[in-house]
Structure formats: C-alpha cells, structure tokens
Design a protein around this ligand. Structure first.
Ligand code: SF4
Ligand code: SF4
Length: 480
C-alpha cells in the first residue's frame, strides 16, 4: 500500500519563482539621505583614481593606487610595501569593527545606504524610472506585448545600464594602473589584455548585479544578513512598523466597517516602495536592508490622509514593546555590546595609527651563503658571506651604514674583497627601491662557541638616524 505524506510536507516546487520587484518612487528624509550618500560614494569612486599626489621622482603620482605588479599600495601619503601587509589586515579589522558597531547601534545602515549593491541598484533604478516611468507604468510595460515603443525603451535602458556598468568596471581598473595612461592605452588598443579582460568582467558583473539580480543579491547571495542578526538585540535602532498603533488595519480612511481601527489604512505604499519587496508590517525580516523608504512612503500616505506620521519609524524592539503596553523606555544606544565594539574599535584605530607612524621606513633581510658556510683565510681568521637586501621606502635615496654587534673584532667588506677590514660599510639605495649587496664578515675562531655564534647586523639610515637590527649567525668549523 502506498502511504501518502500529508500534503503540507510535500512542496509543489522546491524553488519559488522570482516575483519581480518594481519599487515605487518615494520622497522624504530617508530618500534624500540615500541620494546624498549615493552621489558622495559615486563621486569618490569615479574621481579618486584621477587625483594626483606628488611623491617625488620615480614613484607613481596617483593618490590611490594598488600597484600589484610592483607590489606596492599607495594611499595619499601612505605607501605600503609587501612587508606592511599586516597594516592592511589591521585596516580590514578596524573596518569590520566599525561595521559591527554601526550594526549594533543602527541596524543595517550599511546595507541600506552605502553598500555598493544598494548604491548601484539605486542608480540603475533611477535610469529605469526615467525611461519607463514609475512602478505602475513599468508593471504595465512588463505586461504589454512587444511594440516599437517598448523595444525602444528597453534598448535605451539597457544601453544606459551597460554604459554605467562599463564606466564602473573601467574605473575599477584605474585603481590598479595609472588612470590617464590606461585610458589612453585602452582606446588605442595598446592596453594589456588583462585590462580588457577585467574591464569586461567588472562591466558584466555590475550590469548583472545592479540591473538584473538587484534584491536577490541581498536576499540570497550576500552572507552579511545571515550573521548580522548576531549583532542585533532588542535595543538596536531598526526600521519598525508600530503594530500597536497601526492594527487593526482599515481599508481606506472612511472604512465604514471599521469599528476599533488602527492607523494603518492598508494602502500597501510601504510594500510598493520597498526595494526588496517585503511587507515591514510582518515584523523583522532577513530581507529588510533598513533603507527606510517604507518610512517615507508611509509618512507621505499619512500626510495625505490626515493621519499621524511615523507609523513606520526607526525604533528599538524594547521601546516598541513598552509603547504597546503604554510605557516609555529610553533609547539605549550605549550598552555593554556597543561599548565593547566601541572599545575594540578605538583600540584598533590607536594600534593601527601607532603601527603606521612607528613603522620602519626601511627593511633589512640578510641571507647567509649556503655554500661554503665559511672560508678560512691565510691569517687563520674565518670569513662568512651574506647577501643583504635593503628596502628603502622613502622617496629620497638612502645611505645606510651596516655594522655588526655581538661578534668581537668583526670586520666587514662589500663585494668580493680578499680581506674584510672595516668596522662598518656603507650601502646606497635609490629612493623607493630595494638594494642588494654582497657582504663579507670576518672574525676569529676563538670567539665562537660551539663552532658558530649569533650576532646582529645593525643598519642605520645615516640621514634620519633610523636603526634596525637583523639577527644572523656566523659559522665556523664544527658548526651545524
Ligand atoms: S522594509 Fe522598509 S526598510 Fe526594509 S528594505 Fe523594505 S523599504 Fe527598506
Ligand atoms: S504605508 Fe503605512 S498606512 Fe499604508 S499600508 Fe504601509 S503601514 Fe499601512
């Protein structure tokens, strides 16, 4: 006998069809803030690679440049070498802590206002609205058969989208190569094939994510909504529908059937304005990006219908619960969770700032010769060979003095001199480059313990006085 599962356990389809979201245009404070942030973010993004920054000769003059070929990153007057990569890690940790703090205090402000997906989707929607009209007109156009006018509108929209996507993808490349050069090379066909490849890749990504995928990125692709809920608590300021005020809903301002009615007239404006297509009245949802456009939409409706504004507002769940019981409780932005994030953030900023200021402007690495480990000279002394690499991170040429410490009566020489006779040697390194020299160290066997001895190379920038030590080993007979 075939046992049949109860029908609620057998879904008709494993995947729900996408319901196209056609957000309605709204006006209000949240929308204005979003426009301002959008203009600010886009201006910074497109303009930054064109800002010049004089760093002296032989160094790129682009203010922000991620020169992965030369393995150097430039941020205005900060220059990061591969050895400084920990600073980049520190910066990412500080950025993450800032995001945690902002989320714990104000919910998903990052998602709703400054996430690139939000910013570019808003821009693409602006184009769509400009060509195809607002929500109702676009829905009508979607349902209408293909006509010449519809085809023209669709073509214009996609061409402008592609133009923006290309501009965006091209700007991204300019962060990695000198902007004026790459633009000239791009249009004359002289740019590297990787430039064309990555421009195409970022153009396609922008076009698909902002034009087609839109809210699907926030709902299904982005991991942030999944774990940002762990930063929320009942004191986090989020976009909230004040159900205690809005319910029970009525249908229109003069609903004759309404007996005890709330402020919500069930007009659906908040749902129509939502870029992720959800109904904020259903409570806190993963899809809500905290943009506040439903607040603007509802305020507009309330304004028009003579109702009290801020039925949808920014508030905490704790305050809402209290209000529903006729009580008021204060806003608690400062609490143990936010204070912990703030302390960690402040500590991170201080440590990062200190590391940035205190970092050495030159780096030293020394390699002992693999073979021979030592050479015995005619006077009985021992000589070891080393290769010293000096990274001069300053925009001026550097003159470095090298001496040794903890190796009695040691003598130094550069190159392949038969005898090392100086207490120190001088190495010159060009600005912003790595100098390499062969270094000979001569010492007597009597000073060695167990056939070898640890000592330090002490390198001093003769102009700035900056000094660094590098531990090494002097080898003799019997050493391992
Ligand atoms: S529910 Fe409101 S705040 Fe949340 S995404 Fe939709 S419009 Fe934005
Ligand atoms: S916009 Fe305001 S009044 Fe209209 S359905 Fe949404 S909550 Fe209710």
């Amino acid at each position: 006998m075939n046992a049949q599962l109860p029908s609620p356990l057998v879904p008709e389809k494993l995947y729900a069809d996408r319901i196209k979201v056609q957000p309605m245009a709204v006006h209000g404070g949240a929308r204005r803030a979003k426009w301002i942030i959008l203009v600010l973010c886009l201006t910074i993004y497109y303009a930054l690679p064109w800002i010049r920054w004089n760093r002296g000769p032989h160094v790129p003059d682009q203010a922000v440049l991620l020169d992965i070929w030369d393995r150097k990153f430039y941020f205005f007057s900060i220059e990061l070498w591969p050895q400084d990569i920990y600073l980049l890690t520190g910066f990412l940790i500080v950025a993450a802590l800032a995001l945690f703090l902002a989320t714990a205090m104000f919910g998903r402000v990052w998602c709703g206002y400054s996430c690139p997906q939000t910013v570019w989707t808003d821009l693409f929607l602006l184009v769509e609205r400009w060509i195809e009209g607002d929500r109702n007109a676009r829905m009508k156009l979607d349902a209408a058969p293909m006509t010449r006018s519809k085809a023209l509108k669709r073509t214009a929209k996609h061409l402008i989208w592609l133009g923006i996507a290309f501009w965006t993808g091209g700007a991204w490349i300019m962060y990695y190569v000198n902007a004026p050069t790459v633009v000239a090379e791009f249009w004359t066909g002289r740019a590297d094939v990787s430039v064309y490849l990555f421009t195409f890749l970022f153009t396609a990504t922008t076009y698909l994510l902002a034009g087609w995928a839109r809210e699907q990125v926030c709902t299904y692709m982005c991991p942030w909504p999944r774990f940002q809920s762990s930063m929320f608590d009942e004191q986090t300021l989020i976009v909230t529908y004040q159900g205690w005020r809005g319910e029970p809903r009525r249908h229109g301002r003069r609903d004759p059937s309404a007996v005890a009615v709330g402020d919500c007239i069930d007009c659906g404006a908040c749902v129509h304005a939502c870029p992720t297509g959800i109904d904020i009245r259903d409570g806190v949802q993963l899809e809500c990006i905290g943009c506040g456009l439903c607040v603007d939409a509802c305020n507009h409706v309330m304004d028009k219908s003579g109702g009290k504004p801020w039925l949808i507002t920014w508030d905490t769940l704790a305050r809402q619960q209290a209000k529903a019981q006729g009580r008021t409780v204060p806003l608690q932005l400062l609490r143990s969770r936010t204070m912990l994030y703030a302390t960690l953030l402040l500590t991170g900023i201080l440590v990062l700032g200190f590391a940035l200021i205190a970092r050495s402007r030159f780096d030293v690495t020394v390699l002992h010769d693999r073979a021979p480990l030592f050479v015995r000279l005619s006077d009985g002394s021992l000589r070891n060979g080393y290769t010293i690499k000096l990274a001069n991170k300053r925009p001026e040429p550097g003159v470095f003095s090298v001496r040794v410490e903890h190796l009695p009566d040691a003598r130094l020489a550069l190159g392949d001199s038969p005898q090392a006779s100086d207490a120190s040697v001088i190495i010159r390194v060009d600005s912003d480059s790595v100098g390499e020299a062969r270094l000979l160290v001569q010492a007597t066997q009597a000073d060695l313990h167990d056939g070898s001895m640890e000592f330090y190379f002490v390198v001093t920038n003769t102009e700035t006085g900056d000094e660094t030590r590098y531990e090494s080993r002097f080898m003799g007979p019997g050493s391992r």
